[in-house]
Ligand binder design. Structure first.
Ligand SMILES: Cc1cc2nc3c(=O)[nH]c(=O)nc-3n(C[C@H](O)[C@H](O)[C@H](O)COP(=O)(O)O)c2cc1C
Length: 332
C-alpha cells in the first residue's frame, strides 16, 4: 500500500466498524477532556475527519451545554460527541436531556455505572460509547446495549483503571471478549499507534493528551509547554489510595498529593487537594506548580503544538507509512 501523492479525505479511506458506526472519515476520536474540550476543539477534530467531543460535566449547567452543542453545530456539519463523566456531576439527567433534545449524534459515558442512563439513551437515535478499563466492564457495557466500548489502558492521561493493565493487553483482551466495536485508548498519539491498535483488532483509537497540545485546545500555554517537556517516565498517578487513579503531570502540588496519600490517607485531607479548582489552576490558568494537570505517557510523543487539521493529516500519513512498513516486512 504505497503512500503516493497528497493524502486527503478524497484519496484516503480508512474504513472500520467505528468509522461506519459514527459516520466519520478516520477512526480517531478525541477523548473527553475536563475543562478543555469545548466547541472549537470538538469542531476542529470533526472537521479534520475524526470525532470531536464536548466535555459536558465541566460545564456549569445544562444551558451552557446547550450553547456549546449549538456552537459545534455552527462550526461543523459533521458528527460530534458529548462526553459525560457520570460520577462527577449531580445533574447528569438534565445534562443528558439537553444532549438528546439537541439530537447529539454520539454520547460517551465514563467514570461510573452507565446502567441507569441506558434506558433513556436507548430511546433515542444517539450512539452510545462506554469507556471501560477492564474486560468485565466491557462485557457489562455490551450487555447494557452500548454501541461500542473505548478501552482505556494504564498509559492514559486522566482517570485510568484500578487494575494496572496496559493498553496493549487491555485492547486485545477486550477485542476477544466483546463483539461490538472497540476503540483503543491510552498511549496513542500518532499514526504508528493507530496501526498498532488496528492490528490488535481494535476499530480505532481515542487520543486525549495529544489533543491538549493543539492550537485549538484552550489549555494554558504553560500546560502545553509542560507536555512538550515531559518524557514517558515522568507522569505520576494520584488518587490510587481512594480507588480513582488518575495520571497527571509532575508538579509540586502533585508531590504534596502523593505525600498525603502515603502518610495521611484520610479522604477529608486528600479531597480538597484533588478538587477540580486545583485542576483549573494548572490546566487553564497555567500555574503548573500550584495545581495538577492530567497527562498520559504519550506526552513522550508530543514535540509540537500543531493545528488539529495538521495533526490529523500527519497522523494519517504516519499510519500509511506504518502499513507500508508492515507490507514490506511481509513481502521480503
Ligand atoms: C487533560 C485530560 C482531561 C481528561 N478529562 C476526561 C473527561 O473529562 N472525561 C473522560 O471521559 N476522559 C477524560 N480524560 C481521558 C481521555 O478522554 C482519554 O481517555 C485519555 O486521555 C487517553 O489516553 P491518552 O492521554 O494517552 O491519549 C482526560 C484526559 C486528559 C489528558
Amino acid at each position: 500500500m504505497p503512500v503516493c501523492g497528497l493524502l486527503t479525505e478524497e484519496t484516503i479511506s480508512l474504513k472500520t466498524r467505528i468509522t461506519q458506526l459514527l459516520h466519520i472519515h478516520y477512526p480517531v476520536l478525541q477523548g473527553g477532556l475536563a475543562h478543555l474540550a469545548h466547541a472549537d476543539l470538538a469542531a476542529a477534530v470533526s472537521n479534520a475527519g475524526g470525532l470531536g467531543q464536548v466535555t459536558a460535566t465541566s460545564l456549569a449547567n445544562p444551558e451552557e451545554l446547550r450553547k456549546e452543542i449549538r456552537d459545534v453545530k455552527r462550526l461543523t456539519q459533521r458528527p460530534f460527541g458529548v462526553n459525560f463523566a457520570i460520577s462527577e456531576y449531580r445533574a447528569i439527567d438534565s445534562m443528558l436531556k439537553v444532549a438528546l433534545e439537541e439530537q447529539v449524534p454520539i454520547v460517551t459515558l465514563t467514570g461510573g455505572n452507565p446502567a441507569p442512563l441506558m434506558p433513556l439513551l436507548r430511546q433515542s437515535e444517539t450512539k452510545v460509547l462506554v469507556l471501560v478499563s477492564s474486560v468485565r466492564q466491557a462485557k457489562h457495557a455490551e450487555e447494557l446495549g452500548a454501541d461500542a466500548v473505548i478501552a482505556v489502558g494504564q498509559e492514559g492521561g486522566g482517570h485510568i483503571g484500578r487494575d494496572d493493565v496496559g493498553s496493549l493487553v487491555l485492547t486485545a483482551s477486550v477485542v476477544d471478549a466483546v463483539s461490538i466495536p472497540v476503540v483503543a485508548s491510552g498511549g496513542f498519539a500518532d499514526g504508528r499507534g493507530l496501526v498498532s491498535a488496528l492490528s490488535l483488532g481494535a476499530d480505532g483509537i481515542e487520543m486525549g493528551t495529544r489533543f491538549v497540545a493543539t492550537q485549538e485546545c484552550r489549555a494554558s500555554q504553560a500546560y502545553k509547554d509542560a507536555l512538550l517537556a515531559t518524557p514517558a517516565d515522568r507522569t505520576k498517578v494520584v488518587q490510587r489510595s481512594v480507588g480513582t487513579p488518575a495520571r497527571v503531570l509532575p508538579s509540586a502540588w502533585v508531590q504534596k498529593i502523593l505525600e498525603v496519600e502515603q502518610e495521611q490517607p484520610e479522604k477529608h485531607i486528600l479531597y480538597p487537594l484533588v478538587a477540580r479548582e486545583n485542576n483549573v489552576v494548572a490546566a487553564i490558568e497555567g500555574r503548573m506548580q500550584e495545581g495538577y494537570a492530567y497527562a498520559g505517557q504519550s506526552a513522550a510523543f508530543i514535540h509540537d503544538i500543531p493545528a488539529v487539521s495538521e495533526l490529523m493529516q500527519r497522523l494519517i500519513a504516519e499510519a500509511y507509512r506504518s502499513f507500508d512498513r508492515i507490507d514490506h516486512v511481509m513481502n521480503e
